[in-house]
Design a protein around this ligand. Structure first.
Ligand SMILES: Cc1cc2nc3c(=O)[nH]c(=O)nc-3n(C[C@H](O)[C@H](O)[C@H](O)COP(=O)(O)OP(=O)(O)OC[C@H]3O[C@@H](n4cnc5c(N)ncnc54)[C@H](O)[C@@H]3O)c2cc1C
Length: 157
């Protein structure tokens, strides 16, 4: 967590990944470690254009860089979509309550997400990815991910 939640810290877009015609992921390196919990969001500023809330799509275990996946929805998000590598940004936060992920250990978990992507739950998925690597699977037997309401779950474990 940054010292002051309301004090933006500078950062730079170091990579832009085109996920679809309307969705891009931006890899951002903040000026110093930026910690957040699974489920929290940040305010991302494009200097001179505006800011908007986004949920990081990268693992909360990594604080040196952060990935934010943005769907082009209106004015500010369209400006983000026009950004290239090297673009300066600012980040505030993190805000909101994280998910109580420890409570889910050992339980069958089904994540239901919005149809346009996993932006809101990606940090949780990546947190469990970490645990799956570092935790004996006997205490965490099942994890299923359902990307659309009504569709069958995708087993990632
Ligand atoms: C906690 C939180 C986390 C979020 N996380 C993510 C995330 O990880 N990724 C992500 O992509 N988004 C996320 N969002 C949504 C994102 O913040 C919004 O898409 C963004 O703020 C839109 O800003 P904008 O300036 O691009 O859109 P705006 O210009 O504000 O437009 C927003 C919507 O209003 C419509 N609109 C605009 N002007 C008009 C008008 N005159 N008449 C009618 N309709 C109009 C637009 O078509 C659009 O649908 C999150 C939102 C919240 C609250």
């Amino acid at each position: 967590m940054t010292a002051n939640l309301y004090q933006p810290i500078k950062g730079e877009i170091v990579d832009v990944i085109e996920e679809s015609p309307t969705i891009k992921s931006f890899v951002i390196v903040p000026d110093g470690a930026f910690k957040f919990d699974t489920g929290q969001f940040v305010e991302l500023t494009l200097p001179g254009e505006g800011e908007a809330p986004f949920t990081p799509s990268s693992s909360p275990a990594v604080s040196e860089q952060m990935e934010i996946t943005i769907m082009k929805a209106g004015r500010v998000t369209a400006q983000f979509h026009a950004c290239q590598k090297g673009q300066p940004v600012a980040i505030r936060g993190p805000y909101g309550k994280g998910y109580p992920i420890e409570d889910f250990l050992g339980k069958l978990l089904e994540i239901v997400d919005a149809p346009h992507g996993h932006d809101g739950v990606d940090p949780m998925v990546r947190t469990y990815d970490q645990w799956l690597i570092f935790t004996p699977t006997s205490i965490f037997p099942h994890f299923s991910l359902s990307s659309h309401v009504g569709e069958g779950g995708l087993d990632v474990c």
